[in-house]
Design a protein. Structure first.
Length: 206
């Protein structure tokens, strides 16, 4: 972490304040193979070496046993307001110190280092562009925004996330083709079982 490339400072923001209503309990604490779900997502960000890493959580001491001390903690005390409220809060907290914000979901365990590194590398070459993962040309999370879009990010306040803003600006949107399986997110117990089966075929990671 704390690596600067070409003078561009990017903070990766892990969105982890959701209430897992469809799952029935806090899905981020469930084991997926040998690690809890949140450990998969967090580990990928750490291995990718953005300039800073922040996490949006709903309680001050949430995930204390897995969060390194240098991870910036941002507490969203109203997570029921939707993912947009977490994005807005993180942007307000970080905007003065960074040139770009990379938003990623905490429930995508199959996302890997190369996916994040590709977004960062593309941003260092095109620092005025929005860089997004894409599957079959559909914009998906994670998405990286340059500072010129921070004001729009701060206006989000409901379940509409960063993807909405990316789609508003097709003229500066760069889509990075990404393996669809890497972008799977876990909303239900059935999703969890599906991902466990996929990871079970990869002995190195499981």
């Amino acid at each position: 972490m704390n690596e600067r490339m070409n003078g561009n400072r990017v903070a990766a923001v892990l969105l982890a304040a959701g209430k897992s209503k469809r799952f029935g309990s806090n899905k981020l604490l469930h084991m997926v193979g040998r690690k809890r779900l949140i450990e998969w997502s967090l580990g990928t960000l750490i291995d990718s070496h953005p300039w800073k890493i922040a996490i949006v959580i709903s309680e001050e001491d949430e995930f204390n046993d897995v969060l390194p001390k240098d991870i910036i903690r941002i507490v969203n005390r109203s997570p029921e307001d939707g993912i947009g409220s977490s994005i807005s809060l993180a942007t307000r907290h970080l905007e003065k110190d960074v040139d770009g914000l990379l938003f990623t979901l905490a429930d995508q365990p199959l996302l890997n280092k190369s996916d994040i590194s590709a977004l960062l590398s593309e941003f260092y070459r095109n620092r005025n562009s929005i860089i997004a993962c894409a599957s079959e040309d559909e914009v998906r999370n994670p998405i990286l925004f340059p500072s010129m879009f921070f004001n729009e990010l701060k206006e989000l306040n409901d379940d509409k996330g960063a993807r909405l803003i990316a789609l508003r600006h097709p003229e500066v949107l760069l889509k990075l083709p990404t393996d669809a399986s890497h972008l799977l997110d876990i909303d239900t117990v059935e999703d969890l079982k599906r991902v466990e089966k996929m990871l079970g075929n990869d002995e190195e990671n499981y």
